[in-house]
Write a protein that binds this ligand. Structure first.
Ligand code: HEC
Length: 134
């Protein structure tokens, strides 16, 4: 009896289960329950639009009357700058109205959750801060 020692090839493929530590997300995934139309537009209208509108766009910052969430995402740089200014209390200017801390926090929360941080353009064109006019 010819027995071929069929050596079972225990191909021990070392499933090198090297689980690569997953890259942490660039930014913590922030979420918000705030609604652009219901929560954010009224804040911008009450606190910003008098100086940043299509007729008077201080520093090239412009919030269109009919702004949408999509506009904000498209004009990420302007919105991110806005959140930064609001956060540090530079906008709205101190002598102009009072923006409550709650509204500040809401504005910043929404922008940080919904508006992607714009990519840096090293040595590229100067940043565009103009809002999206239609
Ligand atoms: C009373 C008028 C007025 C109001 C109200 C106002 N701004 Fe401004 N804003 C200005 C002026 C003037 C400048 C440019 C000079 C400066 O930086 O102070 C400016 C500049 C800015 C800039 C550009 C800053 C930079 O250095 O890049 C941003 C962003 C901005 N405003 C956002 C806002 C937001 C958001 C609000 C509402 C929460 C707001 N502003 C309310 C007058 C105003």
């Amino acid at each position: 009896m010819k027995s071929i020692a069929l050596v079972p090839v225990f191909a021990v493929f070392c499933l090198a289960a090297v689980i690569f530590a997953q890259d942490p997300p660039k930014e913590p995934a922030k979420t918000t329950k705030l609604d652009f139309k219901k929560d954010i537009i009224p804040i911008v209208k009450a606190n910003c639009i008098s100086c940043h509108n299509k007729d008077k766009a201080e520093h090239n910052v412009m919030f269109p009357d009919n702004m949408t969430e999509e506009d904000a995402v498209k004009n990420a740089r302007m919105w991110r700058n806005s959140a930064r200014e609001v956060k540090k209390g530079a906008m709205p200017p101190k002598n102009n109205g009072t923006m409550g801390d709650k509204d500040r926090a809401k504005f910043v929360e929404w922008v940080e959750a919904k508006v992607p941080r714009p990519a840096r353009r090293p040595g590229g064109e100067p940043p565009k801060t103009t809002g999206g006019g239609h």
